[in-house]
Design a protein around this ligand. Sequence first.
Ligand SMILES: Nc1ncnc2c1ncn2[C@@H]1O[C@H](COP(=O)(O)OP(=O)(O)OP(=O)(O)O)[C@@H](O)[C@H]1O
Ligand SMILES: O=C(O)CCCC[C@@H]1SC[C@@H]2NC(=O)N[C@@H]21
Length: 285
Amino acid sequence: MTPSRWSDLDRPPLNEAALRRAVVGSPLWTSLDVVQDTGSTNSDLAARAAGGAAEGAVLVAEQQTAGRGRLDRRWSAPPRSGLFFSVLLRPGEPGTYGGPVPVHRWGWLPLLAGVATATALSRIAGVDTALKWPNDLLVTVDGAERKAGGILAERTGEAGVVVGIGINVTLREAELPVPTAASLALAGAAVTDRDPLLRAVLRSLAEWYDSWRAAGGDPADSRLQQTYAAGCATLGRQVRAELPGGRELSGTAVAVDGDGRLVIAGPEGEQPVGAGDVVHLRPAG
Ligand SMILES: Nc1ncnc2c1ncn2[C@@H]1O[C@H](COP(=O)(O)OP(=O)(O)OP(=O)(O)O)[C@@H](O)[C@H]1O
Ligand SMILES: O=C(O)CCCC[C@@H]1SC[C@@H]2NC(=O)N[C@@H]21
């Protein structure tokens, strides 16, 4: 058997038809497509959004050749080794519960996606994840916190946001793109079959998005803020932020505010920083 046949056995394809049956028509999700190979699902879905795609479109790739992370970083992983997908949300359009969500609240969307993913992974795979603000999913492997997933939220048009989620599922140590990365398998996940993992994450995402919208985007009203704070590895830690203009801010991360910004308590008092700023976590201890 050739190596590629081995990896086929190891990493079966997603079952697009079954995923579609399970997901489309359930609350929020209006379409689901699996593509074999593309640059970035975030870029592709943004193009579809510009063409008028409805809220709730889901685009999944078996392989990405130009996966993107926050702050212009790359996201790379071997074909079928994880879940690489994007969803289209339209918080700027009126919804079931009334008017659009005010734009200043949209900073919560990547954090919401982190909470939804962490909740689902804990429930279905028994993996405990911590959230590194704003949107890294950390797992603990041999006592060290390592990144098993990331979220990239990008505005599209006036009313839309594409939320991209990357989760390392079956990557082995030798395949990790950076030594600080990890996978669910390395963290001892009980489930590494990507179909049920994806279904669980999408179900959880729909539930959290629904309650956030029902609360008009106020994270305090929808349990989101307290759930995020409880699962956030950044809070209580020493951080260093690089702000626009080359300024630096060091202090303790004390809260995440109503707009999703990290509040840092430093020598000059408390200051919120946004997801566009670079925040480094100082090692624990
Ligand atoms: N599959 C992947 N899994 C984890 N990280 C990945 C993956 N692909 C690319 N990366 C990139 O590797 C880097 C590692 O993430 P990590 O959070 O450790 O670094 P960082 O954000 O630069 O750290 P810090 O902000 O604490 O200085 C990130 O830039 C991330 O985008
Ligand atoms: O770590 C980060 O900064 C975010 C990584 C986000 C990766 C996902 S994979 C699916 C979607 N498409 C992309 O190009 N990026 C996101």
